[in-house]
Design a protein around this ligand. Structure first.
Ligand SMILES: [Zn+2]
Ligand SMILES: [Zn+2]
Ligand SMILES: [Zn+2]
Ligand SMILES: [Zn+2]
Length: 122
């Protein structure tokens, strides 16, 4: 058997089988933090050719939720704005009427999930 990580032969007694390939125990590493994922019980994830530990996977591809303004998922790596139980992209946290960026401390109202600055609030 050939190791999918280094291409070398695997002569270990135990074959580590992950993601339909075989690995040396030391060759299955997180592409981000280089943590060894070969230990039993360590979950690993793959995404766009990268092998990632759970922590990095969630950091890079996990999502915080769905933006209440544009309905797109918000990656966990992005900052979010929160208001009344809704989450928003920072760039979506704007007044629907005049499109001015709202910042924490600004006074605004929310109508059906849409943000309205205090000048445009009815
Ligand atoms: Zn190897
Ligand atoms: Zn990692
Ligand atoms: Zn958004
Ligand atoms: Zn406004």
């Amino acid at each position: 058997k050939q190791c999918a990580g280094c291409g070398g032969k695997i002569i270990d007694r135990f074959l580590l089988h992950a993601m339909d390939r075989y690995w040396h125990t030391g060759c299955l590493k997180c592409s981000c933090c280089q943590a060894q994922l070969g230990e039993l019980g360590t979950s690993c994830f793959t995404k766009s050719g990268m092998i990632l530990c759970k922590r990095d996977y969630i950091r890079l591809f996990g999502s915080t939720g769905t933006c209440a303004a544009c309905s797109q998922a918000i990656p966990a790596s992005e900052f979010v704005m929160k208001a009344q139980g809704n989450v928003y992209h920072v760039h979506c946290f704007t007044c629907v009427t005049c499109h001015s960026r709202l910042v924490p401390g600004d006074r605004y109202g929310i109508i059906n999930g849409s943000l309205i600055c205090e000048h445009d609030f009815p």
